[in-house]
Every structure is written in structure tokens, then in C-alpha cells.
Design a protein around this ligand. Structure first.
Ligand code: ADP
Ligand code: ZN
Length: 726
């Protein structure tokens, strides 16, 4: 690099690389985050290697000088390579990937202090339940308004009121103050011999500090977390940072408590709802080495993968099969796969932990690309639950009911014994469809091709795709009849009503992202369940993983066929994973567990495999299916999604792209056809599917193809490599 000029990757997808002059006396090595003039405005950019970012050179005399180099450590080469790889593999602009690294700039600039609040000792003018909760939650500590809202479950508005009344007083704190240190040896458990063997391999890999991908394949309750914690401890002891990716924020709370019990301090958390000051603090801590007060362990959602760790030594992807690791808009990446690539560029081990690994991951393990570590039995001698099918073609629950006689009896039996039950149905709300019994009118979302879901607890009709909401009307909006609206089909709220009819004395909790919307709510739910204050949990996929309730001995799956209906490639695998995970919640303590699976297709291979517990048979059959279909891991899929607010414009654009399709031996193009959600958030969507051989240069083909098509400005084209649902 010449000392006087630099090339920038700028944080604006519409702009290519730009060259600038470095003013005298200023240092701007590769990776520096800088601010530069652009016309009358400013852009943020990262200083990049010229040869990785080719563009037409600008004559020396035309170069404008940089404004400033920001006071953050330069983005390291390892991460620059990951940005390039991600952009290349997912056919996305490099700037869009880089924006995830610098977290939209919010992390970079801002005051050096932030405001936290503590109790002044004064009392509010009038005590309310909410105010009391806020004061109790603070418990002599101090926190930002945002943190306190999360801790207490009280709205920020109420908290601001307490600030105005002088009950909470502000304290200015340094943004760079360190997080409480985690200690590798705080409270280490005694591992079982099989756990110890696995832990030893992982700890050794952390010590070697070279790229090593592991598939930690262990049945539910085998102690996967306990085991990989040893590797986390080794990294902490070595002064390296650890990233643990979790699929669901709702799970974080239970995980954080567990982490704190093991390491004596909570880890740094990273997710989309962090407020800017916490985001800034976390980002800066992550970019500093632990010996300088930087973050040691980060627990986060998929976006934590792109942060600028100063000394990353280990990545763990827990529940690695989870579909929520797949980002579905913007840069459509799969965090599980990018985690492995980050490990590759950083030269560190990566652990994918799951009781039901994705077929792709198992294939990688079986072909020797990943090292497979197995925990075949539950910890402490707990048995895997017994699984029985309830054939709904024989055991019909009756009109307006979904719980068949065997499951009813089992629920009654557990309640009588004082044990807990869990009913699983992956449908939020009361009913998936509401219609008029008089004229047949159905409530549909105005922005999406989807029905509005009735939520009775919160009295609203809601679209689960765009968030559109209305109050349920008294009369039919079409024919004007009063009292004519009927709910069709079950959601968890309706199942909870049915449980209340069967077991009038039972204490029932509905657990979905609607009811468990904050860490405080999650903690409350866990505490109540552990205290035995809940008899029956009715929940969506939110309850299928992570939770460990020793008194829970019965799991009922309301409709195992639900996920199989879509007919998409991964439907069977996803059904297997979901049901196996939720089944894994039963009998984790001393008492044995039982699982009842309601189905209309007891002979379907996936259902039969769940009943017999023969996971290998299922995976083998599924592998054969995939091989014949040329599907992953044997072939590859990609989707091109063309959308516009105007239906005709979207269709014409999709046809235009379709007309210029390449004809190749190793890449086949299907479509265009309306996408599965043909209208989403007000945009009409068409889709082309590409099926390619493994050896095909799929990304290159797509880039060349799309690069040659001119489209109107209202049309968006998105590329989805390795799509999840189609
Ligand atoms: P998994 O992640 O495989 O589902 P967990 O790590 O959650 O399993 O372990 C299941 C339960 O068993 C947890 O409550 C955990 O604390 C406990 N457990 C597992 N291994 C040990 C151990 N070696 N010592 C004490 N408790 C353990
Ligand atoms: Zn909608």
C-alpha cells in the first residue's frame, strides 16, 4: 500500500470502491474504519486491499483527503476475508456484509459515557404495581433504562416517569468500562466418563488453535452444554474470546443463568433489540482483547457472527440445526455455515451442537470434513422417554376439539400425580383462520397472501408475516351479520382452552413469542415452572428446546402432520427435528417420560421413525430422497426472488429474467412462478429456482446472468443460496 492513498469499501451498496488520499501525519492501515467526503456528504468506509477490491484508478490529482480515522481497532484481515467470502457465496454486496460488522455505525460514534440509573432513596408520588416491580428489579444496582425495562418487564415510559419524579437518578458511566470477569474454574462440574472424553477433545482443539469443525451430536439431556462449557473454560483461561450462537432470544435467559452459575459472571449478550448505548459498549468490548478489559464470552443471535472480535478462540453454535440461523432478508446467509467459515479464516475450532443435526451437517461428519463427537445417553441415568402414536383416524377428538382420548387420559393422570405436561402445537394465537358462517368471508392480510390469525388473549387479528393488526369486528365486514364469525382450526390459545375444559383445576401456561416477549417474561416462566406453579404448558416451537424441567413427564404433540403439508424439501427433516426436540423435554429428571404423538399418518416414514426412535433409519431414508432429488448435500439449490409493489411489473421482470436464463448441463432453472408467499409486506413476488450439481459454479452463473438484465427501479431481485423453504 502506498502511504498516501487508500481504497475504501464504503457502506453504501450503490457505490463501488472509492480511492482517497491520506492526509499527512495520519495512519490508516488496512481495516481502519474511516470517514470520507462524498460530494457534499460523508461516507463511512473500511480501508481495503486494492487487489481485493478492483476498480478503475483515479488520478492522484483528483483524490480527496479522508476526513478522519475512527477511534476503533482496525477490522482484522481474518474478518475482511470473511466479508469477502460471505458476499461472494451469498451473491450479496460486500458493503451489506460489512455493515453487519460495524453494526450500522451506531457502535462507532457517540459519547464516551452513557447514562445509567440507580435508586435515589425517594419514593414515587403514588405506588403502582409496575413502579414497585421496577424498583424491586433494580435491587440496589444500576442499569440503563433499556436494561431495567428488560429486567422488570415494565415499559420505558413508566421508567421515564420515575426518572422525572426523582425516584431514579442518573449516573454517567464510561462506555468502555469492563464487563465482570468470567472465571474458568468458578464452578466446574464432575463430568461423566463419556462427557469427559468429548470435553478432552474439545479442550485440546482450543489449545491447538487451528481450524477444526466439530459436530457435537448428543441426545437431548446428554450434557452437550455442560461438555462444551469445558472448551469455553479453556478459551477463557487462555485469554481468548468465545462466541456462543443461540437460535432464540427467549432461550438466552435460561442460558445466561446457567452460564453465570458455571463461570461466576454473565457473558456479554448481542441481539437486535440492544439499545444503542449497550450496542456501543458491547461492540467496543468485543473489539478489545480480554487482557485489556475486552469481552471474554459473547452470547448472541446470528448477527453476533460478524462482530470484530479481537482474539476469537472458539465458536459454538448451539441447536445448530435450527432454521432461525437462516437470515431471510437482506444478506440471506446461514449463520451455521458462516460460523464454520469464520472458524476457518480465524484458524480456530467451531462446535456445532445438536440432538438432531441437519442432514448436511451429518453428511459433513460422515465424510470426514467435520469431526463427530457423540454423547449417546442422557446424563445421570435419565432414560429417553417412551414414544406412542395416537392415530387420529381412529381416535377422533370430536368437533371443535383437538385432544384425543389417550392424550386426555394421560393429562389427567399427570395432574393427579402432581407431574407436569407439555402440549406442543406450532401455531401461535387462537385460530389460524376466521370466517363468516353466513357469507363465507375470510379475514385476509391486506399486505400478504396470508390469513389473519386470531389472538384472543390480546383481542386482535394479526398477520404473522408483516405484523398487520386489527381488532376483531362485532359484525362481518362483508355481509354485516352480527355474531357470525367462527374460528377455524386450532392455535395454542385454543388448545389451552380445551385443556381448561378437560382439567378445570389445572394451572395452564401458554408459551409463545407473544407471551414470552422479554427476558423478564422468560425468567418468570422458568421460575414458575420450576416452582411447580404450572401444571400444563401449551407452547409453540419456543418450548421445544433448551428448557430443563425435571418434573415434566408428559409431552403431547397435537398435530405431527402440520409441518408435512407444505411439501417442501426439508418438511420431513424439520418435522423430525421439532418433534424429537419437544419429546426431549419429557422425563429429564428421575421420573420417566412419555410422549404421545397425534397423527393422521402413522405409517409416514418420519412419524414411524419418531415412534421407534430409529433416527439412523430416518436419516438414511431421507438421504436417499435427497440423493435422488439432487438436493443438498448432493446437489445445490438457489432461488432468485423478483418483487415489486406492482403485480404486473413483478411478473414482467421475472419473465424477462427467465427469458435470459443460461442453458447449462450443471445448472437447471425452473420457473418463474409465483413465490410461496406471492404477496409479502405489500410486494408481489415471483421466483426462479436453480438446481445445480455440486461442482457447478452456481454463484458465478447467477452473477453473470443477473448482471446482464436491466430492470425498472421498483423491482428488487434477491438471491437465496441454499434456501430453506420452497
Ligand atoms: P443437552 O444440552 O445435551 O440437552 P444439558 O447440558 O442441558 O444437556 O444437560 C442436561 C441436564 O443435566 C442439565 O440440567 C445439566 O445441568 C445436567 N448435567 C449434565 N451433565 C452434568 C454433569 N456432568 N454434572 C452435573 N449435571 C449435569
Ligand atoms: Zn401481512
Amino acid at each position: 500500500m502506498s502511504a498516501t492513498r487508500v481504497r475504501l469499501l464504503v457502506m453504501n451498496a450503490a457505490l463501488g470502491p472509492l480511492d482517497y488520499r491520506v492526509p499527512e501525519g495520519v495512519e490508516a492501515p488496512y481495516g481502519s474504519v474511516v470517514v470520507a467526503p462524498l460530494g457534499p456528504r460523508q461516507v463511512t468506509g473500511i480501508v481495503w486491499e486494492e487487489e481485493h477490491l478492483p476498480t478503475l484508478p483515479v488520478p492522484e490529482s483528483k483524490l480527496r483527503p479522508l476526513f478522519s480515522v475512527l477511534d476503533v481497532p482496525p477490522i482484522r484481515a481474518e474478518l475482511r476475508r470473511l466479508i469477502e467470502w460471505t458476499a461472494d457465496y451469498y451473491v450479496a454486496p460486500m458493503s451489506a456484509v460489512a455493515r453487519m460488522v460495524i453494526a450500522s455505525g451506531g457502535a462507532l460514534r457517540g459519547p464516551a459515557t452513557m447514562t445509567e440509573y440507580r435508586l435515589s432513596g425517594g419514593m414515587p408520588e403514588r405506588m403502582t404495581a409496575q413502579r414497585e416491580r421496577a424498583i424491586e428489579a433494580l435491587d440496589g444496582e444500576q442499569a440503563t433504562i433499556r436494561e431495567l425495562a428488560g429486567l422488570s418487564g415494565v415499559s420505558e415510559g413508566v421508567l421515564r416517569g420515575l426518572v422525572n419524579q426523582g425516584v431514579l437518578e442518573p449516573v454517567e458511566v464510561d462506555v468502555d468500562r469492563p464487563y465482570p470477569p468470567a472465571r474458568a474454574d468458578f464452578d466446574a462440574p464432575d463430568l461423566s466418563p463419556e462427557q469427559a472424553e468429548v470435553a478432552e477433545r474439545l479442550v485440546a482443539a482450543v489449545g491447538e488453535a487451528t481450524f477444526a469443525p466439530f459436530l457435537l451430536d448428543g441426545v437431548t439431556g446428554s450434557g452437550k452444554t455442560e461438555t462444551y462449557f469445558e472448551a469455553v473454560a479453556a478459551a477463557i483461561a487462555a485469554g481468548r474470546q468465545v462466541l456462543v450462537l443461540l437460535p432464540e432470544i427467549a432461550l438466552t435467559q435460561a442460558f445466561l443463568s446457567r452460564f453465570e452459575a458455571r463461570f461466576g459472571a454473565a457473558p456479554v449478550t448481542w441481539h437486535s433489540s440492544l439499545k444503542s448505548t449497550e450496542r456501543r459498549r458491547a461492540w467496543r468490548a468485543i473489539a478489545s482483547r480480554p487482557e485489556n478489559g475486552g469481552a471474554q464470552v459473547v452470547v448472541g443471535a446470528r448477527s453476533a457472527l460478524f462482530l470484530p472480535y479481537a482474539a476469537l478462540g472458539l465458536i459454538v453454535v448451539d441447536e445448530a440445526h435450527e432454521i432461525s440461523f437462516k437470515q431471510e432478508d437482506g444478506v440471506r446467509y446461514n449463520a451455521r455455515d458462516v460460523a464454520v467459515m469464520r472458524g476457518y479464516f480465524e484458524g480456530i475450532p467451531v462446535i456445532l451442537a445438536s440432538a438432531t443435526p441437519a442432514l448436511e451437517s451429518l453428511h459433513m461428519a460422515d465424510t470426514g470434513t467435520y469431526k463427530k463427537l457423540v454423547l449417546p445417553s442422557r446424563f445421570g441415568g435419565a432414560q429417553l422417554p417412551e414414544v406412542h402414536l395416537v392415530d387420529l383416524t381412529e381416535e377422533q377428538p370430536g368437533r371443535g376439539a383437538w385432544i384425543a382420548a389417550p392424550l386426555r387420559a394421560a393429562l389427567q393422570d399427570r395432574l393427579a400425580k402432581g407431574e407436569q405436561s407439555l402440549l406442543f402445537l406450532n401455531r401461535r394465537g387462537y385460530a389460524p383462520l376466521t370466517l363468516c358462517r353466513n357469507c363465507g368471508f375470510r379475514f385476509q392480510c391486506p399486505n400478504c397472501s396470508a390469513w389473519l390469525v386470531e389472538h384472543r388473549l390480546s383481542r386482535r387479528l394479526a398477520c404473522h408475516h408483516c405484523g398487520h393488526e386489527t381488532k376483531p369486528p362485532e359484525t362481518c365486514p362483508e355481509c354485516g351479520e352480527p355474531d357470525c364469525l367462527v374460528a377455524c382450526g386450532p392455535g395454542v390459545e385454543r388448545i389451552a382452552d380445551e385443556v381448561a375444559e378437560i382439567l378445570p383445576d389445572a394451572r395452564v401456561a401458554v408459551v409463545t413469542s407473544d407471551t414470552i416477549h422479554s427476558p423478564a417474561k422468560a425468567a418468570e416462566f422458568v421460575a414458575m415452572t420450576e416452582a411447580g406453579a404450572i401444571d400444563v404448558i401449551v407452547g409453540t416451537q419456543l418450548v421445544t428446546k433448551g428448557f430443563h424441567f425435571p418434573e415434566l413427564t408428559l409431552v403431547g404433540v397435537i398435530d405431527a402432520d402440520l409441518g408435512l403439508e407444505g411439501g417442501d424439501l426439508r418438511a420431513a427433516e424439520r418435522t423430525y427435528q421439532q418433534v424429537a426436540q419437544v419429546a426431549g423435554r419429557a422425563g429429564r429428571g428421575a421420573k420417566p417420560g412419555e410422549v404421545l404423538i397425534q397423527t393422521r399418518h402413522p405409517d409416514a416414514p418420519v412419524i414411524a421413525a419418531l415412534a421407534s426412535g430409529d433416527r439412523d433409519a430416518f436419516y438414511e431414508a431421507e438421504t436417499d430422497n435427497r440423493r435422488h432429488a439432487g438436493a443438498p448435500p448432493f446437489g445445490r439449490w438457489a432461488a432468485i426472488i423478483v418483487s415489486s409493489e406492482d403485480e404486473a411489473e413483478a411478473r414482467e421482470a421475472a419473465n424477462r429474467i427467465g427469458a435470459t436464463r443460461p442453458f447449462l448441463d450443471d445448472v437447471h432453472v425452473l420457473g418463474p412462478a409465483p413465490a410461496p408467499l406471492a404477496l409479502l409486506r405489500g410486494r408481489y413476488r415471483y421466483r426462479l429456482l436453480l438446481n445445480a450439481r455440486r461442482s457447478a459454479e452456481l454463484q458465478k452463473v447467477i452473477r453473470q446472468w443477473l448482471g446482464g438484465v436491466d430492470l425498472p427501479p421498483g423491482v428488487r431481485v434477491g438471491v437465496d443460496i441454499d434456501p430453506y423453504s420452497f
